[in-house]
Design a protein around this ligand. Structure first.
Ligand SMILES: NC(=O)C1=CN([C@@H]2O[C@H](COP(=O)(O)OP(=O)(O)OC[C@H]3O[C@@H](n4cnc5c(N)ncnc54)[C@H](O)[C@@H]3O)[C@@H](O)[C@H]2O)C=CC1
Ligand SMILES: O=C(CO)COP(=O)(O)O
Length: 331
């Protein structure tokens, strides 16, 4: 049994904390709001995100981040990508703890992956940093529906240690040492899911969505190869697996966001109507900048970034993608 702190009690923080409890660990969650913290401790429910799901009674919540992390062997970071840096600046991570990122985004302004932000801000060596990724829609995990997943670290020992503490009857984690590929797969599929959502919102058919998913995977793979990832990672759970889950599921916040755009709502209207994070809305710009810096062509990412910046409508986006010059199919 390990002592684990889960920093953040949104959807995925809650789903992963529940999994860690099921696997027999002592888990403490950090919640920003006292009301939510009380509800988790007294009603054993996350009333804001999963009001109908009963949480393990052993799952404890606290509002003090240092109390949550006290004595932790693993510190799991479950906050949005764009706020991770500001959080890490004030949190003091216990010495020797393994730091685990759940976030799927690329930092705006720096183009850094979350493991790089953790290393830079908290001064943690890469061998003590891990990420969790793959087809892991939080609600399904919280309902204990079966899923495979990926736990990645440049240190196989660290990846195996994380695998050992989160393997349950419904959650099957595979190790991977290609952290670059795993993080890029997780962040970039959100942008592709926005494009798929737009196609659905406009009312295009299954051929269109399959085409966007497949050409999206080609873009993700190209970017990954340019940044030093193993291309095989993208045919695995952290690539194809997560892309398919996110683009197919109405539970995906990114796909839903795109769908709303396709139906004619504006970015600010949709953002104002949900408390949940759709990471692709911000990461489309950072991924586009990263691709440009490495000379990688990513037409779907470019088109999504143009729609999010309100320089193009979703219908114009589809027209722009279809009218690109004809070429052979290649990665
Ligand atoms: N929900 C899902 O199915 C999955 C989500 N993820 C990733 O996990 C990360 C977290 O997502 P969710 O938990 O789903 O989001 P969420 O929107 O459900 O929850 C976000 C949590 O972060 C907190 N938060 C927001 N801004 C903050 C700030 N400035 N400082 C500190 N805390 C802040 C919120 O209070 C909330 O507890 C994202 O990067 C997402 O892409 C990954 C796999 C599955
Ligand atoms: O990453 C996810 C599933 O693996 C969740 O996707 P959304 O953030 O779009 O809900």
């Amino acid at each position: 049994m390990s002592k684990v702190a889960v920093m953040g009690s949104g959807s995925w923080g809650t789903g992963f904390a529940l999994t860690l409890c099921d696997a027999g660990n002592e888990v403490t969650m950090w919640a920003r709001r006292a009301e939510l913290c009380d509800a988790i401790n007294t009603q054993h429910r996350n009333v804001d995100y999963f009001p109908t799901i009963e949480l393990p009674p052993s799952l404890r919540a606290v509002t003090d981040p240092q109390e949550a992390m006290s004595g932790a062997d693993f510190v799991v970071l479950a906050v949005p990508s764009q706020s991770l840096r500001e959080n890490l600046r004030v949190w003091r991570i216990p010495e020797n703890a393994v730091v685990v990122s759940l976030a799927k985004g690329i930092e705006l302004g720096t183009g850094l992956r979350m493991s790089q932000v953790i290393a830079e801000v908290a001064g943690i060596p890469p061998s003590r940093i891990a990420v969790v990724t793959g087809p892991n829609l939080a609600r399904e995990i919280a309902e204990r529906k079966p899923s495979a997943s990926v736990v990645a670290s440049t240190s196989i020992e660290t990846a195996e240690a994380l695998q050992a503490i989160c393997h349950t009857r419904s959650f099957r984690p595979y190790t991977n040492t290609d952290v670059i590929g795993c993080e890029l797969g997780g962040a970039t599929k959100n942008v592709i899911a926005l494009a798929v959502g737009m196609a659905i919102g406009i009312g295009l058919g299954d051929n269109a969505t399959a085409s966007v998913i497949t050409r999206g995977l080609a873009e993700i793979t190209r970017l990954g190869q340019a940044l030093g990832a193993d291309p095989y990672t993208f045919s695995g759970l952290a690539g194809l697996g997560d892309l398919v889950a996110t683009c197919s599921s109405p539970l995906s916040r990114n796909r839903t966001f795109g769908e709303q755009l396709g139906k004619g709502r504006t970015v600010s209207e949709i953002t104002a109507s949900t408390r949940q994070v759709a990471e692709g809305v911000k990461s489309c710009a950072s991924i586009q900048a990263l691709a440009a810096a490495h000379g990688v062509e990513m037409p779907i990412v470019d088109a999504v970034a143009a729609v999010i910046a309100e320089k193009m409508t979703p219908t114009e986006m589809i027209t722009a993608l279809l009218s690109r010059s004809a070429k052979p199919e290649r990665y």
